[in-house]
Write a protein of this length. Sequence first.
Length: 76
Amino acid sequence: MNVAHDTDDAVSRIATAIGEPARTRILYCLLDGHARTSTELAIVANVTPSTASVHLSRLKTEKLIKVLAQGKASLL
């Protein structure tokens, strides 16, 4: 196992995930620690709700955000 290669791959995946402007806006919005719905984050990112869902999925895959289910809505 090549630890340096694994680290390089992880850093590259994260850089790609945050390199998309809409995802960057979502992350900046969440930096204050307040939970937001995906609809609120779509507005912040200036994308449709379905596009926001794709972006949020990518951020979740890279473990950059956590999703909390609350009632009928999921909070990020």
